[in-house]
Design a protein. Structure first.
Lengths: 400, 498
């Protein structure tokens, strides 16, 4: 029983990402075509060259036909996958494994979600016919348990906690302001964030990620073939995915200050990639900032900060664009919104830009350089105590 | 009918909702005269079934030994037609599967039928029977019905006495007269009742009550002056009051109707006042219950020598009295919210999907959990699962679980949140993670709660409510509420732990 990993066995050789936002002008199919078109151009291939597809979407389509029809795919395997907020990453993970197995030479992972057409605020679920016993709590409410629990455990007073949360939103909006693909491209003042109307618990509107439409995609080949397509591939160092027993809501020992699933998937990914000091070895991380307290706890669960000290690192600017370890340099879910199926691949797209020095100069992180060039993407899906977690690590060089 | 010496009332329970509406709030909003006093208001997540469950739980709390064999539920405001409502109460208080559960629907008088059915069943079969009466009174905005009525429920267990459960009061006599005339009526589906001119009803009712009472006194072998507690109930207030004065009972015998605080509880009024009388009566006292509705029913009960023991037993359990319940509650319900709850004010819904309807098979499969709030305990390691699980969260043992009812457990708030986004007929939703005494944690909605006064560590108990209503399906489940909300923090605390 072990997660063996496929370090350096496959490479990303092309990526594309649509602008995210209220894309009233684009259908799901349009978004898929846009992302796929950019991605094949990026890799210098045609759709005919792709041997298999993985489509990630939670609510915007079912079955492989949701992709094969808009792209007019000629009788190739298309798998549609779903795994909560890690849906896009799940498409990527499966495409990587298919290529690593030798079953296919070239695979595409593509994610899409169209949330704005529903007309609702926030996310809407997809549930089978239920027994009616689930509490009607919204996603912000489920995550709002985290902030007071963290503050209580580590002796952070309520006002200070609010400042920490606001600073995370401020940082991600500041990064997003520099990103033409982001849904929100304006800096937001700390005061505006702190005073925004409450959605649930201590979470204000600006502590929550937005709701948007978008699509992103990647093309994967065996590592040894990578240079046929690009001079600057990204090699996959680690892919870890875990689903937990979901007992947090019924376990009196769970205290809402950590996501055990994230801890496990990070440990697994670091082991696959040979990472022992993530804060020093990673050059950047794209993490699942669905709500500001989530990003705070992730800094500890992912091993970037000591337990109970993440809030101090946040306030010290450690995770800023020019900090020791830039986190969400593209602006994160905060600036992009969270089209479920697309988010994981959107994060990967930022690694694609940053690690290959293709990010615009005003956003290019200085931490990427010789000897330090690994990037992480991380998704969390579900709610505290009952979630899935995905971690990938990618880098531009093969390991020794 | 003659009372059977061997059976009678063993236990009772009364439920009044948390909320009171100040009558002055109606006038302040609608521009009418400022009324005085308050009325009891069922919350947005309550109906006659849930209030019936709460009353039944209280009655059964005072009962030892075997559960009742039959359940008779009366209400003029049923949640369902065609489908029996009593089965939801039966499931929530976990009566045995083989017991009967029946509705008696339609009018205030149905409540008399429920009590008589339970009494008669107990007397003839020597078994325990549970009668539950509940009402949720509606009325047009600004009208007397809305202002003067109230919501609540009561429950009584009839059966043979035993050492553990002596009879508190036995039925000595009952007499009824019936009369077909238009006092009050409602077409099924209408939200509000219609009434004929009050003086007409008074003219008809007074002689009916006098006749029924005279026959009841004769059958009981008593005279009016012997009655120690006179319970007068009925929605025709003028008729009830006039009849009461004409019976020749001692003036001080009349049990205060509490309507200034809770309103006229309709079908539950007689039950509440009978419970009130039982909580005050001394051995040998005679309690006459007069229900004025489409005729008149007069029942005469005699408190037994054991009533003092029954009363002190209830006090030892920390059970609230009717007087406690009437005096508790929160009386600052805004009239606009009251109207919204009753469907009188159409409000902008949140931009969120409507709740999904609960599926019948999915619901049925989890009846012990959904209706009885029954968790599972792992036999191997003792870990308690809410909801019940087949695989143990702690030790992963499979299918080695024992059911454990958690509906009557108290817990403490581990953490909570106020959710402004979730759909609710009365936002915001308050969600809490509750750690139960004796083990087990559950994340649920809260009700009857002021989030400003809620804190980590607050003590809570579970209450049976309507979680949501979708496509005509009322989704019943349990919510947590602060202990003490119905008793001003003094009466209903358990485990000596306030």
């Amino acid at each position: 029983m072990s997660s063996n990993g496929i370090r350096d066995q496959v490479a990303i050789v092309g990526m594309g990402c649509t602008p995210f936002g209220e894309r009233w002008d684009k259908s799901v199919n349009d978004l898929l075509v846009d992302a796929a078109k950019d991605t094949i151009e990026s890799a210098g291939v045609t759709l005919d060259d792709i041997d298999a597809y993985w489509l990630g979407t939670m609510t915007s389509g079912v079955s492989g036909v949701a992709l094969s029809k808009p792209l007019k795919i000629d009788y190739k395997p298309v798998s549609r996958v779903e795994n909560f907020c890690a849906t896009g990453s799940e498409a990527f993970r499966n495409a990587c494994y298919a290529v690593a197995s030798g079953a296919y030479d070239l695979a595409m992972a593509i994610g899409v979600e169209k949330l704005k057409d529903s007309g609702f605020s926030g996310l809407t679920g997809i549930r089978p016919v239920g027994d009616g016993t689930d509490a009607a709590l919204s996603s912000p409410a489920a995550f709002s348990f985290v902030a007071p629990a963290y503050a209580h455990r580590y002796g952070v007073d309520a006002e200070e906690m609010k400042q920490v949360m606001s600073r995370i939103a401020w940082k991600n909006h500041r990064n997003g302001a520099l990103n033409p693909r982001a849904q929100f491209r304006k800096e937001v003042s700390l005061e505006t964030i702190t005073k925004s109307p409450r959605v649930a618990g201590d979470l204000g509107v600006f502590d929550c990620s937005g709701v948007s439409d978008g699509s992103a995609a990647a093309i994967i080949c065996r590592a040894e073939d990578a240079h046929r397509y690009t001079d600057n591939p990204l090699y996959v160092k680690a892919l870890s995915f875990v689903a937990g027993p979901g007992g947090g809501a019924s376990d009196p020992e769970y205290d809402y200050t950590t996501f055990p699933e994230v801890v496990r998937s990070a440990e697994d990914a670091y082991r696959q990639a040979g990472i022992t000091d993530p804060r020093a070895q990673l050059a950047m991380a794209e993490v699942h900032d669905c709500f500001t307290p989530t990003e705070l706890v992730l800094m500890e669960d992912l091993g970037f900060s000591e337990r109970g000290l993440g809030w101090k690192d946040v306030m010290a600017g450690v995770f800023d664009l020019d900090g020791d370890l830039p986190v969400n340099p593209d602006g994160g879910l905060k600036s992009f919104g969270h089209p479920i199926g697309a988010s994981g691949l959107r994060m990967l797209f930022e690694c694609w830009l940053q690690l290959r020095h293709e990010a615009p100069p005003e956003r290019q992180v200085a931490t990427v350089g010789p000897g330090r060039n690994l990037g992480m993407t991380h998704n969390l899906g579900g709610a505290p105590g009952e979630c899935v977690s995905f971690v990938s690590i990618v880098g531009p060089e093969l390991s020794d | 009918m003659t009372g059977n010496e061997r059976t009678g009332i063993l236990a009772w329970g009364m439920y009044l909702p948390y909320w009171r509406l100040q009558r002055a709030a109606i006038g302040a909003t609608l521009g009418g005269p400022a009324g005085r006093g308050t009325r009891a208001v069922a919350s947005y997540d309550e109906d006659t079934t849930t209030m019936g469950v709460e009353a039944a739980r209280r009655a059964l709390r005072a009962l030892r030994g075997s559960p009742p064999d039959d359940l008779y539920f009366a209400t003029p405001a049923p949640t369902y037609l065609d489908k029996t409502n009593a089965t939801a109460i039966h499931a929530a208080v976990e009566l045995p599967e083989w017991s009967g559960a029946y509705d008696l629907l339609g009018s205030v008088r149905s409540s008399v039928a429920a009590l008589r059915a339970a009494q008669t069943q107990a007397a003839s079969g020597g078994t325990r029977s549970l009668a539950v009466v509940a009402d949720l009174r509606t009325g047009l905005a600004g009208g007397p019905e809305e202002r003067d009525s109230g919501d609540g429920a009561a429950a009584f267990v009839f059966g043979p006495g035993s050492t553990d459960n002596p009879i508190a009061a036995e039925l000595v006599a009952h007499a009824a007269v019936s009369s077909e005339f238009l006092d009050r009526w409602r077409i099924p589906g209408d939200a509000d009742s219609q009434v004929w001119e009050e003086r007409f009803g008074q003219e008809v009712y007074v002689p009916l009550v006098e006749a029924a009472a005279a026959e009841a006194w004769r059958r009981a072998g008593v005279v009016a002056a012997d009655i120690d507690y006179l319970v007068l109930a009925g929605l025709h207030v003028r008729g009830v009051q006039a009849a009461g004065k004409s019976l020749g009972t001692r003036p001080e015998a009349t049990v205060a109707d509490r309507s200034a605080v809770v309103g006229n509880l309709g079908a539950a009024q007689a039950g509440m006042l009978l419970a009130d009388a039982l909580e005050q009566a001394a051995p040998g006292d005679l309690i006459a219950v007069v229900v004025v509705a489409d005729g008149a029913d007069v029942s005469v009960f005699r408190a037994t020598d054991a009533i003092t023991e029954v009363q002190s037993g209830r006090a030892a359990l920390g059970m609230s009295t009717v007087a406690d319940s009437v005096g508790a509650g929160r009386d600052d319900l805004p009239y606009a919210r009251f109207l919204t709850w009753r469907g009188g004010l159409r409000r902008e819904p949140p931009r969120r999907p409507d709740p999904e309807r609960a599926g019948a098979p999915a619901t049925w499969r989890v009846t012990p959990w959904k209706s009885g709030f029954t968790a599972s305990d792992c036999r191997a390691c003792g870990f308690r699962h809410l909801p019940p699980s087949r695989v143990c969260l702690r030790c992963r043992t499979i299918d080695e679980m024992d059911p454990v009812r958690m509906a009557d457990a108290v817990g403490r708030v581990a953490t909570f949140t106020v959710d402004h986004l979730a759909f609710s007929p009365s936002p915001p939703v308050v969600g809490a993670v509750v750690d139960f005494e004796g083990g087990g944690r559950y994340r649920c909605e809260m009700t009857d709660v002021d989030p400003e006064r809620l804190a980590i560590g607050s003590q809570v108990e579970m209450t049976f409510r309507v979680l949501s209503t979708a496509k005509g399906i009322h989704n019943y489940f349990w919510k947590a509420r602060p202990v003490g909300t119905l008793t001003d923090g003094s009466g209903d605390e358990r485990n000596g732990d306030a």
